[in-house]
Design a protein around this ligand. Structure first.
Ligand SMILES: [Zn+2]
Length: 107
């Protein structure tokens, strides 16, 4: 068995669902960290490892996209949600421009 991901238990549940959908057999080991949070180590058999990693990667980038689209993004100057994505700055932070007042800001 190889570990493909070690995630917070709540978060890991989503990936477990995805693996079930993809018919990848897996085992979960719950580890309690010093912080008191439960983490789930997701383990798969060696022959499934590569595919499971691909699935985990695709799943995690989906989660990020969802989290980004759900984050409450609005113009700090006028409160408008009518925004245009203009790219990332040199630190990799997303830069947005308000279509209503023209204010540019990073999120
Ligand atoms: Zn604005």
């Amino acid at each position: 068995m190889k570990c493909i991901a070690s995630l917070e238990a709540d978060y890991a549940a989503g990936l477990q669902e995805r693996l079930k959908t993809e018919a990848i057999p897996f085992q979960v080991q719950t580890v309690t960290h010093e912080s008191g949070l439960d983490y789930s180590d997701i383990l798969v058999a060696d022959e499934y490892f590569d595919r499971a990693c691909d699935i985990a990667e695709a799943w995690s980038s989906e989660q990020m996209t969802i989290a980004q689209s759900q984050s409450n993004r609005h113009c700090p100057a006028c409160g408008s949600i009518n925004l245009e994505y203009t790219g990332a700055d040199s630190f990799g932070v997303s830069v947005w421009k308000c279509k209503d007042c023209g204010n540019g800001f990073a999120r």
